[in-house]
Write a protein that binds this ligand. Structure first.
Ligand SMILES: [Fe+2]
Ligand SMILES: [Fe+2]
Length: 386
């Protein structure tokens, strides 16, 4: 038994017994809460770093203790040991990584205390570590595999958190689809942009965020401020952030993810190449997640329906090159079927929906090739090899 250390619960996070690495020497310390008084924690080290832990010992811990903990300062080492261990499934790994991401988002969205420069800088660094662990697990995934993985992850109460993690994951994979030789640093950076894209929603009252009924023009005007608010927060608090270029890229994703290809978006009405490429990827990810991820009571669309619906926004809201890379992947698995419903042209992925505002599908000829070279499609149809 080690000495008691850091009694505060905030310095620890709990880990699942079956996700503790055995065989190799342990790269983090293990703690238990030895206090049986609720609200009065007394953390005690039960296993030191750099010693190999056996499966039997883990079993003993499981019998003896309800929960084991790892120090917050060892979180990134813990994540590394998790993602590099082939014994664990990607689903379990991603669940733990998602928990980390949610913890960081909770810090950012905590409106009970002021988000100061120190906290923000530290949280951004933590986000980088978390997203980098995420990239290790999912970098070779297709959009479809990713969608399935996301569907199996545990959900949290606050929609924005789940949504931000999903968008981050989709951003990484979409960038990889559009640019197959992309570096791990670039994937991590766009993943951070995706994770933080809705940061400005911290300034939108929860009554509006959770309002799934019809929003008034004033309420919608408040929602529309979130890209600008996110940029302002980053700019004000991170003036001294050492990795200036990274922050300016993240700021552009945060500020430009609701700009449209044709200049009809907000807040600035930027068009085409004036919108950062990562922000245009984020727009596709944002749209797709908003209509395919199941929320309470909300009806969602299937992936192939999502493609048909989103296709109508190509060139208006969405960038063609990015959409093509994305849809190619989805269509290859699910086939392209005619959707029976549509969403209005002015559909806003940033507005909460209790039920998606479906409309009847207008007949429309889809005349561009969403499949890759060497493949031909008939109108809605089956894929034929040349
Ligand atoms: Fe947004
Ligand atoms: Fe979003």
């Amino acid at each position: 038994m080690g000495l008691p250390k850091n009694k505060d619960k905030a310095n620890f996070f709990s880990v699942a017994f079956d996700l503790i690495s055995t065989e190799k020497s342990l790269s983090y310390e293990l703690y238990v809460n030895a206090s049986n008084q609720e609200g009065r924690e007394h953390f005690v080290r039960i296993y030191p770093m750099n010693e190999a832990l056996s499966d039997n010992e883990v079993e003993e811990f499981r019998d003896k203790y309800r929960t084991v903990y790892v120090l917050e300062e060892h979180r990134s080492i813990y994540l590394k040991s998790l993602t590099t261990n082939e014994k664990f499934t990607d689903e379990r790994k991603t669940d733990v990584i998602k928990d980390s991401a949610i913890k960081h988002l909770t810090t950012l969205f905590d409106d009970t205390r002021e988000l100061n420069t120190d906290i923000l800088m530290e949280t951004i660094e933590n986000c980088r570590e978390t997203v980098s662990a995420m990239v290790d697990v999912i970098e070779d995934y297709s959009v479809n595999q990713l969608r399935e993985l996301i569907g199996n992850l545990s959900f949290h109460d606050f929609y924005t958190y789940d949504h931000s993690v999903n968008v981050s994951l989709y951003c990484v994979i979409l960038l990889k689809q559009v640019k197959p030789d992309v570096s791990k640093e670039e994937m991590t950076l766009i993943g951070m942009g995706g994770l933080l894209h809705d940061l400005g929603k911290v300034e939108v009252p929860t009554s509006i965020i959770n309002n799934t009924g019809k929003l008034s023009d004033e309420q919608f005007a408040v929602i529309k401020k979130h890209p600008g608010a996110g940029v302002r927060i980053l700019m004000e608090k991170l003036a001294d952030y050492p990795k200036k270029e990274d922050i300016s890229t993240i700021m552009r994703v945060v500020g430009e993810h609701h700009e449209n290809e044709d200049g009809t978006g907000y807040p600035k009405g930027l068009a085409g190449n004036d919108i950062h490429f990562y922000a245009r990827i984020c727009a596709v990810a944002d749209f797709f997640d908003a209509i395919t991820t199941k929320r309470s009571y909300s009806e969602v669309v299937t992936p192939n329906e999502a493609v048909t619906i989103m296709e109508r926004s190509v060139g208006k809201k969405l960038n063609r090159q990015i959409f093509d890379a994305f849809s190619r992947d989805v269509v290859r698995i699910y086939g392209k079927k005619a959707a029976t419903r549509d969403l209005p042209e002015n559909f806003e992925p940033s507005v909460p929906h209790n039920v998606l505002p479906f409309t009847a599908l207008k007949a429309q000829k889809l005349n561009y090739n969403i499949l890759g070279d060497g493949e031909k499609k008939n109108d809605y149809g089956s894929v034929k090899k040349k």
